[in-house]
Design a protein around this ligand. Sequence first.
Ligand SMILES: Nc1ncnc2c1ncn2[C@@H]1O[C@H](COP(=O)(O)OP(=O)(O)OP(=O)(O)O)[C@@H](O)[C@H]1O
Ligand SMILES: [Mg+2]
Length: 247
Amino acid sequence: MIKIQNLHHRYPDGTYALRGIDLAISKGEFLLICGSNGSGKTTLLRIMSGLLKPSDGSISINGHNPVNNSRKVRQIVGMVFQDPDSQIVGETVREDVAFGPENLELPLKEINERVDWAIEKMGLQGLSEKPCYLLSGGEKRRLAIAGVMAMKPEVILFDEPFSHLDYPGIQEVLRYMIQLHQEGHTLVVTTHDVEKVICHVDRTAILQNGEIKASGSPESLVKELSRFGVRPPCYVLLGGEKISWLE
Ligand SMILES: Nc1ncnc2c1ncn2[C@@H]1O[C@H](COP(=O)(O)OP(=O)(O)OP(=O)(O)O)[C@@H](O)[C@H]1O
Ligand SMILES: [Mg+2]
């Protein structure tokens, strides 16, 4: 589904954010990319979504190159940004969720159905006419996710999706991710706080200084995390069985 080979990215100020990334993500896979602050997670997701052109290397999404076919790639890939404020474009919650499906030029009836569905899924029903700038941090996060859901992309990239969310909010997003995974969507989630999601992913990759240092089953990597600046889940630190945030 996603194939990345020898990908490098250097920002205009000279910061070398990604150094030789090789990564293949299968259709329907649920991948966790973890790494400490500044390790390159957001840069990698922005390149996967077609928002950022890599300095070097190749990437293809379902056979399409995001560099020269970003329109097609944006129909396949949806990204929930790390900072919800940078994703909100509508004046009210409802207008914001409608923005994506409107851009897909869907029939009005389908736009309305998708907007209602996404608003309900993210528990925003009571807020649908509220101006977005008045929302709390967690509500903005739910809104950003609802906006991506309404576009029903095949691949969804979640950049630090649990920040700003309370306990029920984290559980809701996690349940939603599991549901998307069961429905066959390809999911990539990045975080430095692996505790919340690691029990549910198929594979984990560890990013450090712009390089993938390890990749494999979560079970095989949980003990390695601290070497790369990522805190292992509590159950590992306490030597117990794995515990999901849904329990
Ligand atoms: N627009 C930019 N211009 C210059 N440097 C940048 C830019 N965006 C990111 N960087 C740098 O690239 C590196 C990787 O940043 P990135 O945002 O990808 O990391 P991250 O793993 O997502 O970090 P965090 O956990 O803090 O979100 C950092 O050193 C950062 O300072
Ligand atoms: Mg980031």
